[in-house]
Design a protein around this ligand. Structure first.
Ligand code: BES
Ligand code: MN
Ligand code: ZN
Length: 497
């Protein structure tokens, strides 16, 4: 476990392994008290821009062995996003020096009124930048635990900043947890494995928990979800976590797509990149991460969290193209492609969770490659039936650092998922606008008048490159922080406010 705390100690006297010092593009380096720094920075073309960093010296003596300068960009633009990225850069680069203890002087207070938000972001970036998924790397030479002790420097300590640090820690832990789940391979993370994780969460935080097996799901009529599960040897598990605080001001339902692996089923995917489909449960990972944070923060918002966990495989029992399924809602679905399976599992999960009569429903799903084509690898797509809820989710995303962009849900496109032999088809009959037609399919299963937002997180769920506080070849934990900020906003704002 990494220890992190606030300190007012000066970089000049810090006795740990390393100091990471943030500088803006207008910072006068000659005033930092390090001989030759201005010349060295000039030589390396270091201008203090966002994303820049360099080791100013390696002294291998005391007080500290390494000094890392980290660009913070423009002072006027300094906010949580820049802070998160700078802190992650610092944590990442200090791994190169095998540093164990470090002082981070990253100018939280330069953000003025936004200092608490920036401090939370610094804690998130530091802690997430510092952790790596290495549990299966047995070569000790390749394994490094990262920083064990980090002091975040502030000019003055305060209860507000202390609280902000606490929030940042919770968000980092929750996001890190979601990352681990998303990165965990499908031979380990099965539906039952996830159910066991939910049991641990429920025990730790006092949530109510229901885990439904095939029989229980069949009894409820979940014909769409169960069809997807049938091609796999791993039995499905439908997970429902319930958080009911006293004096709740709002009731939200969160639904996460939980495909522990998506081979495509009978409509099998090409071999190239299929391994990435171990992360097709990133929606459920985000929900689990958010619930971990909610358990720690205890906001006055009632939450139902639902994850229909299963694996999409082409086994002998698999469902096929042409099959007609009866969903829990009673609506029938013609299967045109067994690789459009997420929406089938979500159809039943949405129906199930709405029986709890929530004020709002938010689902997160690695739903379509089309969304990645539309928005690229960083952005999730947001769709929904209620602009105020969409605006609240977009605002929460902005605060949290998750990139999110709204897509339309035009009723005119409904014709593309019509079929002659059932109520709706699971795939569009045209190639274009696949993220939207998937959203429209889901909207078929949302009750009239119930505010609902769908987040297609297919792009950012699994990372190909390092960026921000996320790492290549790992799940990103996208959605965790958005969900937590959304819930906090419904509880009357973050506790620190
Ligand atoms: N899990 C995939 C979507 C996906 C693609 C997630 C890339 C992450 C990265 C989903 O189940 C899927 O296969 N969708 C199909 C739908 C199509 C058959 C209508 C797709 O996007 O191709
Ligand atoms: Mn699929
Ligand atoms: Zn899928």
């Amino acid at each position: 476990m990494t220890q992190i705390g606030l300190t007012v100690e000066k970089p000049e006297t810090f006795r740990g392994d390393a100091v990471a010092r943030g500088v803006f593009d207008d910072t006068d380096l000659s005033r930092l008290g390090v001989p030759g720094l201005t010349d060295q920075a000039k030589k390396l073309r270091f201008k203090g821009g966002a994303g820049e960093s360099f080791f100013a010296f390696d002294r291998f003596g005391s007080p500290s062995k390494h000094l890392l300068l980290v660009g913070l960009g423009k002072r006027s633009e300094y906010g949580p996003a820049a802070a998160r990225a700078a802190a992650a850069t610092a944590a990442r680069r200090l791994r190169e020096r095998f540093a164990s203890t470090a002082l981070f002087a990253l100018e939280a207070e330069a953000a003025g009124r936004r200092a608490p938000v920036v401090l939370s972001a610094l804690a998130e970036g530091t802690l997430l930048g510092n952790r790596r998924f290495q549990k299966y790397v047995t070569d000790k030479e390749r394994r490094f635990e990262g920083l064990s002790g980090i002091s975040l420097r502030v000019a003055r300590k305060s209860a507000v900043l202390q609280e902000a640090l606490g929030l940042g820690k919770v968000l980092a832990d929750a996001t890190g947890y979601a990352r681990e789940l998303a990165t965990e391979p499908a031979n380990v993370l099965t539906p039952e494995f996830m159910a066991e994780e939910a049991r641990k969460l429920a025990r730790r935080h006092g949530f109510e928990l229901k885990v439904l097996d095939e029989k229980a799901c069949a009894k409820l009529g979940m014909g769409a979800y169960l069809a997807v599960a049938r091609g796999s040897h791993h039995p499905p598990r439908f997970i429902h976590l319930r958080y009911r605080p006293k004096g709740a001001k709002f009731h939200i339902a969160v639904v996460g797509k939980g495909l522990t692996f998506d081979s495509g089923g009978i409509s099998i995917k090409p071999a190239d990149g299929m391994g990435a489909m171990k992360s097709d449960m990133s929606g459920s990972a985000a929900v689990m991460g958010a619930m971990a944070a909610i358990g720690a923060l205890k906001p006055k918002v009632a939450v139902d969290a639902v994850m229909a966990m299963c694996e999409n495989m082409p086994g002998g029992g698999a469902y096929r193209p042409g099959d007609i399924l009866t969903s829990m809602s009673g609506k029938t679905i013609e299967v045109l492609n067994t690789d459009a399976e997420g929406r089938l599992t979500l159809a039943d999960a949405l129906c199930y969770v709405q029986r709890q009569k929530p004020d709002a429903v938010v689902d997160l799903a690695t739903l379509t490659g089309a969304c990645v084509v539309a928005l690229g690898p960083d952005f999730s797509g947001a769709m929904g039936n209620d602009q105020p809820l969409l605006d609240a989710v977009l605002a929460a995303a902005k605060e949290s650092g998750d990139d999110l962009w709204q897509l339309p849900l035009p009723a005119a496109y409904r014709k593309y998922i019509k079929t002659d032999v059932a109520d709706v088809a699971n795939m569009s009959r045209i190639r274009w606008g696949g993220a939207i037609t998937a959203g429209l399919f889901l909207s078929t299963f949302v009750d009239e008048g119930r505010p609902w937002v769908h987040l297609d997180i297919a792009g950012p769920a699994l990372r190909d490159d390092d960026g921000g506080d996320a790492h290549r070849a790992e799940g990103s934990g996208v959605g965790v922080r958005t969900l937590v900020h959304l819930v906090l906003s419904k509880a009357g704002g973050p506790r620190k406010a």
